[in-house]
Design a protein around this ligand. Sequence first.
Ligand SMILES: [Zn+2]
Length: 343
Amino acid sequence: MTIPAREYACDIITDMQTTFNYVVGHDWAVSLLSRSIEQGRIAHAYLLTGLEHIGKSTVARALAQALNCTAPSPPCGQCRACKLIAAGRFPGLHWVAPEGNSLKIDQVRTLQHDLALSPMEGRYRVAILEGMDKATPEASNALLKTLEEPPTHVVVVLIALEAESLLPTIVSRCQLIPLRPLSVETVRAALVERWNVDHGLAEVLAHLSGGRLGWAVMAAQDGSVLARRAQSLDDLLRLTRLGRVERFAYAEELSGDLLAMRETLNLWQTWWRDVMLLASGSEAVLTNLDRQAALRDCANRFGVDQARAAASNLAQTMWQLDHNANVRLALEVLMLDLPKAVA
Ligand SMILES: [Zn+2]
């Protein structure tokens, strides 16, 4: 089972000359990092956490620029170091992402070898390790040695969905920077102003994004993202009318692509939350704004209790999957518990 490359190759935002100025939202993280650089109190290691496509890589890259920028108020985005880092071609930037399904000890060893060299250019060698959640125990333990005895002129930036999935001994050696979802309004405004997305589409995507600007930009630029979403919602509605055999077949299909599975379960959760809101007569803003008729139909069919149970089952399944549950089994239980539409 392999994870498609897109999770790690999602660098849409970095087409631009990423500097702190281009980081949308995450103000406190940016000001904390700029201040620590200004005051020369740079940590040996940082841990950036948050949902997929929330901006972790963008912040990491801007930090690498700030550490190596030669302008008086870094990062300038214009100097040689800033430009090379934005283009991913700076010799002192070491970007490591999982190979296939895991981040492996050989990758950490290669990195350690590179980090032991003194910087050829720039002030710091910056190691960015993406997908630390997927590090094997051997890779984690090997990396721990670097964190315990960091080479001078090296800054390590770890990227993970959540700190809880890493070794506590790794987390305790990092400055933790948890990135939170952006507001709907921040995502909407950024789509319109920086990516020239049409107002109507920006409104829909901002609500669908769950505060993940990277996802919204990707969806605006790549029509297949919204097409996949539409398919997953159609699948959900179809599944409520189907029996065990078809549901198990769907679970099997879904378990074949872990990244798509996570996206689908997240989406379904927003769906049942919307159904719950409508069924309970709440005035809160819906996520799936563009599908109100189908949401109302579900609200009438299933009512607030079934919608709440469905959302809570999804949350539980996602928690189990994040904590190494058997994927097929967890999905099959989820499928059995999906609300059943009475014909
Ligand atoms: Zn610069």
